[in-house]
Design a protein around this ligand. Sequence first.
Ligand SMILES: Nc1ncnc2c1ncn2[C@@H]1O[C@H](COP(=O)(O)OP(=O)(O)O)[C@@H](O)[C@H]1O
Ligand SMILES: [Mg+2]
Ligand SMILES: [Zn+2]
Length: 270
Amino acid sequence: METAAKAMGFKAPRSRVLKEFKCPGCGEMVQATEFTIPLGPHKGETFVKNVGCRCEDKELAMQAVRNHQAMLDRKARDMFDSNSLINKALQKATFENYQPTTAALREAKLKIYQFAQTFDPDESCNLLLKGSYGTGKSHLSVAAVKVLLDRGYTCLFLSVPKLLTKIKNTYNRDAKWSENDIMDYIQRVDLLVLDDVGTEYTNLRNDQDNWTQSKLFEIMDSRSGRNTIYTTNLGSAELEKKINSRNFSRMMDDTEIIIMDGPDYRKKQF
Ligand SMILES: Nc1ncnc2c1ncn2[C@@H]1O[C@H](COP(=O)(O)OP(=O)(O)O)[C@@H](O)[C@H]1O
Ligand SMILES: [Mg+2]
Ligand SMILES: [Zn+2]
């Protein structure tokens, strides 16, 4: 470096390598190098620079990713206005205020709690919360969403009928969002809750060629490799009939079933 600079007619700073190490920030091999300023008012002073370090590049790239992510999240909040999709009663739902009324529900709470605490977006593990009305399936799903949002993950809680209506609305001529926008976000979120699978309207007379069923398949298929919580009030046989076998078997991929049968909590108060 020094010789090349000399040949070009100016004096480069003198330098010596102090040590070479793998930078813990960017992972590059870098040389901590001491430079001596050759000219000017600071002539003779030294400074140390890590030559080969790419931390700054990496920081810029990560900032760009973060900005992009924030933009998508704003768009998604606009698109789904989460509050409007989670009914009033569930907005306060947490693990703390879920009081299991049976041993099975206590176990369900624990499993879902552990799911949220050990959540790893790179490991596909789905839950199917299956049971009668009012046992807290939606409650515990919302609770899990809150824990994960606190841990910095992106989550979406959607009831299946509302989601399908949302998609249908994008077919209107003056719709603000396209179906692609919605499908894209659904595919990307770290955790998706599909609440109340099986309560969506299906035209059973036209069972082999059903928009609802193929949309549901598309949604579940786009989630492969990611994490989804399903809830349903239907038993396996009914569910399979309602959503069709192809959807049913897709839904069971990497899915742990948690049975949440019990008394309807809403009736408890009376
Ligand atoms: N064990 C519980 N402790 C406290 N609140 C509960 C419990 N189970 C249900 N709830 C409340 O009762 C209502 C119905 O529960 P929800 O989760 O919607 O039932 P499901 O989805 O199983 O039909 C919600 O307001 C929920 O917060
Ligand atoms: Mg529910
Ligand atoms: Zn570095």
